[in-house]
Design a protein around this ligand. Structure first.
Ligand code: AN7
Length: 357
């Protein structure tokens, strides 16, 4: 019988903080494809670029790797409800895993600032959703406060179980390439994923699977780039709503990871994020949400600024599925709505419209 991927906890049982008492809640997350992106490699002048396509996870983002751990642990400890603050993907994931576990989920989202698809996911999975008058950072403060004082279990990435689960992304990259890439690029919001990949690579070095940790390159949207400005951003502003975060939860962890990996942080302008979002769809064939294009946009920016990437093997994590925030695909470069032409059912007319006749 063909092997079916069993989710990250079962696949990496010996390398995660779990034991035989852990009640495993899984939707089959992980095992996502590492897709060669020759068009992107050519664009940035690298030897090879691969996309780690995290939109292939059960709820369409990398959050599922951490959520299987966080919800499994919560349930093992008897929790009846989980809570999170979210720019959208965490809430979609928490709601789905809570549904699978048969417990309640409560999600706090910034009012009017999450993509429709993500909101729909939280509704579909029957989360109790509250739109908070404030930004993500306010939502996280509120979620921490509630989890401290009431019977709800916090599943944001300040919970170390989340980072623990998400480190499996690095394990998969190493297994696929059979070595470490030279550079690993990610979009950064709370920097939980950046810190998690670093942890995964570091454990692979310690276990002798790879010789070095890749340089960790993290990119933020420039209206929301506390790592670049070196201080929290009060009113973060970007069209990349998933990473509209001014006060990253994993700030210190990520700074240490940058230092040890000789990596870097950078900021990318919204139009450059949207340009790369379109490039990945049109030239690579991978449809991501705009925030997820931020890493690749940063890589291009670095290349244009004179970084020599010749001979380098680079992995870029594209974090979420394009269907979550599909409206961006239906706009052209100038932001004008794209409407497919309407035609009759006559072949001659259709052929003329298509320029075939
Ligand atoms: C598509 O869902 O923070 O740097 O609340 O959804 O680990 O925060 C989402 C973050 C990148 C940034 N790409 O990851 C949330 C949330 C996508 C995301 C990030 C997020 P972190």
């Amino acid at each position: 019988m063909a092997h079916q991927w069993r989710g990250v906890i079962r696949e990496y049982f010996d390398r995660l903080d779990v034991d035989s008492n852990t009640k495993i809640i899984t939707l089959g997350e992980g095992g996502t494809p590492l897709v060669a992106a020759p068009a992107l490699a050519q664009l940035v002048g690298a030897e090879e670029v691969y996309l780690k396509v995290e939109g292939m996870n059960p709820t369409g983002s990398f959050k599922d790797r951490g959520m299987t751990m966080a919800v499994s642990k919560a349930v093992t400890h008897g929790a009846k409800a989980v809570i999170c603050a979210s720019t959208g993907n965490t809430s979609a994931s928490a709601a789905a895993y809570a549904a699978a576990a048969g417990i309640q989920s409560v999600v706090l989202v910034p009012k009017g600032k999450i993509a429709l698809g993500k909101l729909a996911q939280a509704v579909a999975h029957k989360a109790q959703i509250l739109q908070v008058k404030g930004n993500f950072d306010d939502c996280l403060d509120l979620a921490r406060d509630l989890a401290e004082n009431y019977a709800v279990h916090l599943v944001n990435s300040v919970n170390p179980d989340r980072i623990e689960g998400q480190k499996t992304g690095a394990f998969e990259v190493v297994e696929f390439l059979d070595r470490a890439p030279d550079i690993h690029v990610l979009p950064v919001g709370n920097a939980g994923n950046y810190s998690a990949y670093f942890k995964g690579y570091k454990e692979d070095v310690q276990a002798g699977r790879i010789k070095h940790i890749p340089q960790m390159w993290g990119y933020q949207a420039d209206g929301s780039a506390p790592f670049v400005y070196g201080t929290p951003v009060k009113n973060p502003d970007t069209i990349a709503t998933a990473i509209r975060i001014g006060n990253p939860a994993s700030y210190d962890l990520a700074l240490a990871a940058r230092e040890e990996s000789q990596g870097r942080f950078g900021a990318v302008k919204d139009p450059d994020i949207l340009w790369m979002h379109r490039f990945l769809s049109q030239e690579v064939g991978v449809f991501v949400e705009p925030s997820s294009a931020t890493g690749a946009a940063g890589l291009l920016q670095a290349s244009r600024a004179g970084d020599n990437l010749a001979g380098k093997t680079i992995v870029v994590t594209v974090t979420g599925n394009g269907l979550k925030d599909a409206a961006w695909a239906l706009k052209d470069e100038r932001g004008k709505e794209i409407k497919p032409q309407i035609v009759s059912n006559r072949a001659k007319e259709v052929a003329e419209r298509l320029g075939l006749a």
